[in-house]
Ligand binder design. Structure first.
Ligand SMILES: CC(C)(COP(=O)(O)OP(=O)(O)OC[C@H]1O[C@@H](n2cnc3c(N)ncnc32)[C@H](O)[C@@H]1OP(=O)(O)O)[C@@H](O)C(=O)NCCC(=O)NCCS
Length: 172
């Protein structure tokens, strides 16, 4: 199943474009964003962000699910979100640029992508967030996820090490 565009009340979720790299680099250069993700380095550059986009574009045809730019019409990319089948589950990952925190955008994008993820019929819909990132846990809760009680180490490129991550699961 391939979903390329999803509209919400305020957002358009659309495929990533190489032209998004400068905005991704600007937001991801913020350690407060990079350290809360697994795949951003600590000092993101435009070239690095281009590579990040190109890898995702190359992988996309071989994965079940979708990777989206979170686009605020009139502004452009404000974050990204993906939902992909992994072993026995569908895993969701996301980030929002700091200027756009606190407006409910993560929750809005999560709710939309959760619908996509459920449609994949590939098992439970899961996400995890670093234990030192309670805002992400709160956004997941608002989108219908519950804490499973499990904490597992997840590697963060920006931290250069693993950190405890709380596993969340979409409530039935
Ligand atoms: C976590 C993140 C996605 C939240 O994005 P957002 O658009 O600001 O989220 P929302 O506005 O939808 O919801 C955030 C909620 O967290 C709450 N929150 C913010 N800071 C918090 C904190 N320190 N502790 C607890 N809750 C907090 C907000 O008040 C809000 O809840 P409320 O609506 O009940 O008041 C964003 O900060 C981000 O991208 N951070 C860096 C990267 C990242 O964390 N990615 C997720 C990896 S799992």
């Amino acid at each position: 199943m391939t979903v390329s565009h999803v509209r919400t009340d305020r957002l358009v979720l659309r495929p990533l474009d190489l032209a998004d790299a400068p905005r991704i680099a600007r937001f991801a250069a913020d350690p407060g964003v990079a350290r809360m993700t697994s795949s951003f380095p600590l000092q993101q550059t435009v070239v690095g962000a281009e590579g990040w986009v190109l890898i995702r574009q190359a992988l996309e045809p071989h994965r079940v699910g979708g990777e989206f730019a979170i686009d605020l019409p009139g502004e452009g990319l404000i974050g990204t979100i993906g939902a992909h089948a992994s072993i026995g589950a569908v895993e969701i990952g996301y980030w929002i640029g700091r200027p756009w925190w606190g407006h409910g955008f993560a929750t809005e994008a999560l709710r939309a992508v959760t619908d996509v993820a459920k449609g994949l019929r590939h098992g439970p819909v899961v996400a995890d967030h670093f234990a030192d990132n309670p805002a992400s846990g709160r956004a997941l809760e608002k989108a219908g996820f519950v804490y499973t009680g499990e904490v597992a180490p997840r590697f963060s490129l920006a931290r250069g090490e693993s950190a405890p991550s709380r596993l969340m699961r979409l409530a039935a």
